[in-house]
Design a protein around this ligand. Structure first.
Ligand SMILES: *[C@@H]1O[C@H](CO)[C@@H](O)[C@H](O)[C@H]1NC(C)=O
Ligand SMILES: *[C@@H]1O[C@H](CO)[C@@H](O)[C@H](O)[C@H]1NC(C)=O
Ligand SMILES: *[C@@H]1O[C@H](CO)[C@@H](O)[C@H](O)[C@H]1NC(C)=O
Ligand SMILES: *[C@@H]1O[C@H](CO)[C@@H](O)[C@H](O)[C@H]1NC(C)=O
Ligand SMILES: *[C@@H]1O[C@H](CO)[C@@H](O)[C@H](O)[C@H]1NC(C)=O
Ligand SMILES: *[C@@H]1O[C@H](CO)[C@@H](O)[C@H](O)[C@H]1NC(C)=O
Ligand SMILES: *[C@@H]1O[C@H](CO)[C@@H](O)[C@H](O)[C@H]1NC(C)=O
Ligand SMILES: *[C@@H]1O[C@H](CO)[C@@H](O)[C@H](O)[C@H]1NC(C)=O
Ligand SMILES: *[C@@H]1O[C@H](CO)[C@@H](O)[C@H](O)[C@H]1NC(C)=O
Ligand SMILES: *[C@@H]1O[C@H](CO)[C@@H](O)[C@H](O)[C@H]1NC(C)=O
Length: 370
């Protein structure tokens, strides 16, 4: 009897350890600005072949161009909803973020309608590809028993996000799925930040603790804007290499590091969506200058006056003349670290080794007990 009890205890302990080693750390992004709202961004890893339309629907992304803009580096601007996304691809999902209680969560989107046979863990791990855990869904929806969910009910999938500035700069907090073999240093280099910043944002005390497939908070520098703080889209955070449609899709704004991180906006020429407008309101600064136009008196390309987008209300779109230097800032001094993006791989994110050790332990213990 003593032996079987020991067996059971050992087995339970080992199983718990094994599961703990395999489980991804829960992503909780710090956000200290209570009630702040801002754009959030997170990776979705497609397990099976799918389409942009299905991804848009899954994450409740209102307009397809929003999805296209966030993925400007990988998906063509004229792609339609039927654009196919192969298995094992990463698509960046834009969503509204809201902060409270020291953390940021997607602002009550996406809503997922439970299908017959769905389990909470399946929804978290498979349908949403592990960007949240079932415990996070359970907590956000105040579900008493995770084994008792009802088909047809809608549940909120709380995606991690943040609206905090980092080092005094406006950033988009990007929920990045760590690819196998990457290092904190490599990720920092790829996204133009530092290892220290990533470690501190994610509460990691040791870069070796990075796990593959873990969701981490990577701050992406956002372009500067002239958007007023009372505008409905404030703060308009757009990161390098992406574009957004704003003011009910009437205005298109692009961010490019080669324009000195100054947001470049212009009329989108699209029909307004979502608002009460039947046509886009005027987007003029003064006289005949429209958003995106330069004043004629500008010989110096590094000191031009633009008609800049300044925000919108339920009635109007504001524009303002702004001095903007779009000449690239001098390149920052290279940091001391050696090795290119991706790092040397020696301490790459991996959970296989740990799992293996645990399996070996299990075998040895079993042999010992028998
Ligand atoms: C945040 O919003 C909630 C609900 O709207 C409100 O009760 C609370 O006072 C707000 N907190 C702050 C710090 O503004
Ligand atoms: C998108 O534009 C490219 C050229 O930029 C063109 O070759 C392609 O046919 C277009 N696709 C669609 C679906 O319009
Ligand atoms: C914030 O925390 C308080 C107390 O811990 C809790 O009552 C409240 O529901 C939390 N708010 C959110 C939005 O989670
Ligand atoms: C992907 O396909 C597999 C096998 O058909 C299925 O078990 C799984 O649920 C699918 N994943 C998603 C997210 O639909
Ligand atoms: C909004 O901007 C105005 C000046 O443009 C400033 O006086 C005000 O304090 C700002 N409000 C907030 C909440 O930041
Ligand atoms: C900005 O984005 C462009 C296009 O995606 C890319 O070529 C460039 O390297 C990026 N610059 C920085 C500083 O990240
Ligand atoms: C715009 O205004 C400038 C001077 O204010 C004038 O020279 C130019 O002809 C005008 N252009 C149009 C299209 O009206
Ligand atoms: C001003 O911007 C509008 C819209 O982008 C464009 O059609 C027009 O040619 C621009 N005018 C000048 C003078 O640059
Ligand atoms: C920028 O241009 C304006 C006039 O267009 C001029 O008054 C100003 O001195 C210039 N600033 C710099 C830093 O060159
Ligand atoms: C642009 O800069 C010049 C001097 O640098 C200044 O006199 C002018 O008021 C500025 N214009 C705007 C719209 O900020």
């Amino acid at each position: 009897m003593g032996k079987s009890a020991l067996w059971l205890t050992t087995f339970t302990l080992i199983l718990t350890g094994f599961l703990a080693a395999r489980a991804q750390p829960e992503a909780n992004f710090k956000c200290s600005s209570t009630n702040a709202t801002c754009p959030g961004l997170i990776d979705y890893f497609s397990q099976n072949a799918t389409t942009l339309k299905d991804i848009q629907k899954l994450f409740n992304v209102k307009h397809l161009p929003d999805l296209l803009g966030a993925n400007a580096n990988t998906i063509p601007e004229n792609a339609s909803g039927s654009y196919s996304v192969g298995p094992n691809k990463v698509v960046r999902i834009p969503f509204p973020c809201k902060c409270s209680n020291g953390t940021g969560l997607s602002n009550h989107v996406p809503l997922y309608k439970i299908k017959p046979g769905d389990g909470l863990d399946y929804i978290a791990r498979t349908v949403f590809a592990g960007v949240v855990t079932y415990q996070q869904i359970q907590k956000a929806n105040k579900i008493a028993d995770p084994n008792k969910i009802v088909a047809g009910d809608s549940i909120w999938i709380p995606l991690p996000c943040s609206c905090d500035a980092v080092g005094g700069s406006s950033v988009v907090h990007y929920g990045y799925i760590v690819p196998t073999g990457s290092t904190v240093e490599g990720i920092a280099q790829e996204f133009g930040t530092t290892q220290e910043t990533i470690l501190s944002l994610n509460g990691l005390d040791d870069p070796k603790k990075l796990q593959a497939q873990q969701v981490i908070d990577v701050p992406l520098k956002a372009c500067s804007t002239s958007v007023r703080n009372n505008s409905m889209d404030y703060p308009l955070l757009v990161s390098n290499g992406t574009y957004v449609y704003t003011a009910n899709e009437c205005v298109k704004c692009k961010c490019d590091s080669s324009n000195n991180y100054v947001l470049q906006c212009q009329p989108s020429l699209l029909k307004p969506t979502g608002g009460k407008w039947s046509v886009c309101p005027s987007m003029k600064c003064q006289g005949n200058l429209t958003i995106g136009n330069l004043t004629s008196a500008s010989d110096d390309p590094c000191n031009r006056t633009f008609c800049a987008y300044a925000g919108y209300s339920s009635k109007t779109i504001s524009a303002i003349l702004a001095n903007e230097s779009t000449c690239p800032a001098p390149a920052p001094a290279p940091s001391g670290g050696s090795g290119g993006p991706g790092g040397s791989g020696g301490s790459g994110a991996s959970r296989t080794t740990f799992s293996l050790i645990i399996v070996l332990h299990f075998i040895f213990l079993a042999l010992y007990i028998l």
